[in-house]
Design a protein around this ligand. Structure first.
Ligand code: URA
Length: 243
């Protein structure tokens, strides 16, 4: 594996900005293989050398993976001239500039978004070949009980310019004014859920993503909060796209 500078290694591991980790190093709080190293540009091999800060071992992470509960009002992009982006919530992280969102949620859609710096995983999750399920909670206009849900789950629906893949609708509640549903699609086309429900005569009033494949949004994350994926969550997600 390629050698990396000690200050970069510590910044990537979450110990602060380059400036902050340089201070740590100068304070002689950092050891490599048991010896204090006070030179921030010292190079080390993350796979062979063991690094500690205040005698606690530092785990090297090649990539970072977060589950984020996206609030409404933020664009899913790394930058935008006019609107705030989801990346604003990650700005304080030292490796922030490497992170990006996987796939896309509309500005008014809430819920589960994966933020990472692992291009390969991101590419696979978004790729239609793997048919990763995405489950949404939606509030839609009108009573959906009349829909032929069996047919939709085998044939999909014909939009103006596109035949969708099959998708599943589970009904949580209905009234003449609105229904609450869970809708599970296996494609990531632009506005897919809104276009499907519009076509079926039940426009979306509220949309929140709850699940991507094996990964479910953690209930304890309030809007705008994120946390790292657990090892188990990451393993399952990778498995589903053959990684
Ligand atoms: N489908 C939509 O219409 N919007 C989203 O944000 C996600 C899926």
């Amino acid at each position: 594996m390629k050698k990396v500078r000690l200050d970069k290694f510590l910044a990537d591991a979450g110990f602060g900005t380059r400036k902050e980790v340089k201070k740590l190093i100068k304070q002689k709080r950092v050891k490599i293989n048991g010896s204090v190293i006070n030179n921030p540009s010292h190079h080390l091999n993350p796979e062979e050398d063991s690094v500690s800060v205040d005698d606690a071992p530092v785990e090297y992470k090649k990539h970072h993976y977060f589950m984020f509960n996206k609030p409404s009002g933020y664009i899913t992009a790394t930058q935008d001239k006019e609107m705030p982006t989801v990346m604003e919530f990650f700005q304080h992280l030292p490796f922030y500039h490497k992170l990006f969102p996987v796939g896309r949620l509309d500005i008014d859609t809430e819920g589960l978004l994966i933020i990472t710096d692992d291009g390969q995983l991101a590419h696979r999750i978004a790729h239609p070949k793997w048919e990763i399920e995405k489950e949404y909670y939606a509030v839609v206009r009108g009573d959906v009980s009349h829909l032929d849900r069996d047919r939709l789950s085998t044939e999909g629906v014909k939009l103006k310019d596109y035949q969708t893949k099959p998708f599943r609708i589970d009904i949580k509640s209905t009234s003449p004014e609105k229904s609450e549903i869970l809708i599970t699609v296996t494609e990531g086309k632009y506005h897919i859920v809104k276009r499907i429900m519009e076509e079926l005569g039940h426009p979306v009033l509220y949309l929140k993503r709850l699940r991507i494949g094996s990964l479910s949004l953690d209930d304890s994350l309030s809007e705008g909060q994120f946390r790292e994926l657990s090892e188990e969550e990451l393993k399952e997600l990778k498995k589903s796209v053959n990684l």
